[in-house]
Design a protein around this ligand. Structure first.
Ligand code: ADP
Ligand code: ASP
Ligand code: MG
Length: 419
């Protein structure tokens, strides 16, 4: 007997029949003798439709009102799932972020959780009830509604599991686990039995949206045993995310991912003086904008450089406002923008101390006729910026160059939104 947190994503609760199916999976876990907390996302593509409606009303919707709008999706699914559990004769109660006390900082659309109150959750569990919690939402100490960023329900689930010292957090989704790459791009992607927190964290940050990056960060920090598995194939064990020291790493590359959500900005002819780069990036960080890849290149003459960097498209408008101001202050000449880009990355704990991985990556891209615009590396990751329309080709080339193709095709449930 322990505490299990189950999280079900949008595809898993896309219609009322699927919600009834989820209720059965929850009850099965309860009948195993466990206390069960369930975290759910909004139904199907609800959040995408809410975003679309907001954009039809305004090109720059107010961020507080956006969170008020988006948080509604999860409230529908918690109530319906709770009714479905009750209809099968089990005691259950739904709770939104305010009722639980999922406290976040006051940043709209990408708030971080700072605290989770466990007293109410425990009260309900002690009464034998299944507790169904709205994912994705938070509340500030002043009572303002926030959201955790797209895909953030994973983080809600892991944070609750960490706060309650749960025995496991299971992320139920529309694929059977974590694969070597997105099985929608490479149907012959291989399902991994296990992957380390470190590799999963890098993969999530570079675009493998099967897990929200902060959920992996939180799982690692609080040592939450985490698993990704399929809602539609309950006999499959899925993928366990475990400590790197528990694994024998015998492959240099664990996975490949792409990220289409960035834009590249180049500031040309930045005078080569100490403090200029600091000025630009300090202003961006004060505005809460995360910068990803950065390259400073030698200029065409001795006393200037070009500085290129990438940011998320969501931060593009704010970034341009800041950069335009900054270039006047530092006497740079111009700003160039390229949003036709994709970042493709390979990740693997086994690439540490193994020379030649970068060379193999560049060769595979070259053989596929793909030009590299920017490169960045960390200890267990190499990323290349390429033309956006070559992204899938690049993923396929890298997947096969590092021998990750499987013989069987992955099963993917649910469609991508068609908005
Ligand atoms: P949910 O709504 O359940 O949270 P998501 O759409 O957020 O589901 O995440 C599941 C999707 O992640 C899969 O359908 C798959 O297309 C995508 N994905 C991307 N990279 C990977 C990967 N390496 N392994 C598994 N799925 C991946
Ligand atoms: N409903 C939110 C989204 O679609 C959160 C989530 O599903 O994790 O991004
Ligand atoms: Mg998700």
């Amino acid at each position: 007997m322990g505490i299990i947190v189950q999280k079900f994503g949008g595809t898993s609760v896309a219609d009322t029949d699927k919600i009834k199916n989820v209720a059965s999976a929850v009850i099965k876990e309860k009948n195993n003798g466990n206390d069960v907390i369930v975290v759910v996302s909004a139904m199907g593509h609800t959040t995408d439709y809410l975003v679309k409606m907001a954009n039809e009303i305004s090109s720059k919707p107010n961020s507080r009102e956006m969170d008020m709008l988006l948080a509604t999706g999860e409230q529908v699914s918690i109530a319906l799932l709770t009714m479905a559990i009750q209809a099968q004769g089990y005691a259950a109660v739904s709770m939104n972020a305010m009722q639980v006390g999922i406290i976040t900082e006051c940043v709209h659309s990408k708030a971080r959780i700072v605290d989770i109150k466990t007293n109410k959750l425990k009260e309900h569990l002690n009464k034998g009830e299944i507790v169904v919690v709205a994912g994705f939402q938070g509340v500030t100490p002043d009572g303002e509604i926030t959201t955790l960023g797209r895909g953030g329900s994973d983080t809600s689930a892991v944070a609750i599991a960490g706060a309650l010292h749960a025995d496991r957090c299971d992320i139920y989704t529309d694929v059977e686990g974590v694969y070597t790459t997105d099985p929608r791009i490479v149907p012959k992607a291989t399902k991994l039995k296990e992957i380390s927190y470190e590799e999963m964290l890098e993969l999530a940050y570079v675009g493998a949206n099967v897990l929200h990056p902060r959920s992996v960060e939180t799982a690692k920090q609080y040592q939450v045993p985490l698993r990704v598995r399929s809602t539609f194939k309950l006999d499959d064990l899925g993928t366990y995310i475990i400590g790197v020291d528990e694994m024998e790493i015998n492959r240099p590359v664990a996975g490949v991912a792409s990220d289409l959500s960035q834009v590249r900005i180049v500031i040309t002819d930045v005078p080569d003086r100490p403090g200029n780069a600091a000025k630009i990036f300090e202003l961006l960080s004060e505005a809460d904008i995360s910068v990803d890849m950065i390259i400073q290149s030698y200029g065409r003459n001795d006393d200037t450089n070009d500085i290129a960097f990438t940011v998320g498209k969501v931060d593009y408008d704010k970034t341009m406002e800041i950069v335009k101001k900054a270039i006047k202050e530092i006497n740079a000449t111009n700003v160039l923008v390229d949003d036709d880009i994709a970042k493709v990355s390979i990740v693997g704990a086994g690439m540490v101390d193994r020379p030649g991985i970068a060379a193999s990556m560049f060769k595979a891209l070259a053989e596929a006729g793909i030009n590299i615009k920017m490169i960045s590396t960390s200890e267990i990751k190499i990323s290349c910026l390429v033309e956006r329309d070559q992204s899938n080709e690049a993923i396929k080339a890298l997947h096969s160059a590092f021998h990750l193709d499987s013989k069987e095709e992955a099963v993917v449930m649910g469609d991508l939104p068609n908005l």
